[in-house]
Design a protein around this ligand. Sequence first.
Ligand code: MG
Ligand code: MG
Length: 276
Amino acid sequence: MVLRRSIYKSLAQLRAMIEPGLITARALAAVRELVAPGVTTLELDAEASRVITSAGAKSNFQMVRGYRHTICTSVNEQVVHGIPGARVLGAGDILSVDAGAEYQGWNGDSAFTVVLPDPSRPEVVAEREELSRVTEGSLWAGIAALASARHLNEVGAAIQDYVDAQGEYGILADYVGHGIGRKMHESPSVFNYRVTDPGPEVRPGLVLAIEPMVVAGDPATLVEDDDWTVSTVDGSAGSHWEHSVAVHDGGIWVLTAPDGGAAGLAAFGIEPQPIG
Ligand code: MG
Ligand code: MG
C-alpha cells in the first residue's frame, strides 16, 4: 500500500514551516551581501552553509541525491541548477542563487537574481536588470493570484500573463515549482504558464514553492556536461526568483520573506496575513 500524504497541511504544520523559511531568507540575504566582482560562487556557497548550520538547520540541497552544495549559482546563460565552484563573478554578470534550509524536519526554498554593476556595458546591465525585474514581478503576480485563486493553476496563468505583458521573454517549460513541507519537493507541481487542467483546489494548508524561470531569448534549454546546470541553447541570459508561500485560514503568508511578502504584494493590493 502506498501512503499518500495530503497536500494540505495542518495549522501546526504551517507554523513549523515559519522558521525554516526565515533561515532560508537569512542565508540568501547573507549571500546577496557577498556578491561582488572577484568573488567565487564557492565562497557564496560557504556563506550560505555557515548561516544555515549556525541556525541549527541543514541544507536541504545536500539531501538531493548526487548534489553536494548548499546553494545553486547560475550565471548568465545558466538559468537554474548551476553548481558552485571556482568560477569568479565578473562585472555585468547576472547571477541567480537558489537555497533551502531544513529545520526540525520542515523545509524552506527560495531564490533571487542579482546583476553585478558594469560601467563599461550599461546597456547589457540594463537589459539584465529588466529581465530580473520581469521575473521577480511574475513571481509576485503568481503569489498575488494565489491569494484569491480557486484552483492552483491560476497561479501559472498569472505568471505567464505578467511576463507576456512585459515584452519578448521566454518562460522555461520543463522546470516548475512544487509543494513543500516535510520534503523540499512535494506534490503538486506549480506551473509557470497557463495549462488546461485547473489543478488542485486552493485552500488553507497548501504550501507552495513558486519559482518562475524566465529568459531574455528562446526558452529552449540544455543540461550541461556536469549533469546539473540548465542553460539556454541560444545563450540568452536567464533569471530565477522563488518563494515558499503558505495558504492559511487568514490569507497567504510568504514564508521565505521576512515581511511575509508585504513589500512585493503591495503593488497587487494584497496584504499578507501572519499565520495564526
Ligand atoms: Mg529553489
Ligand atoms: Mg524550488
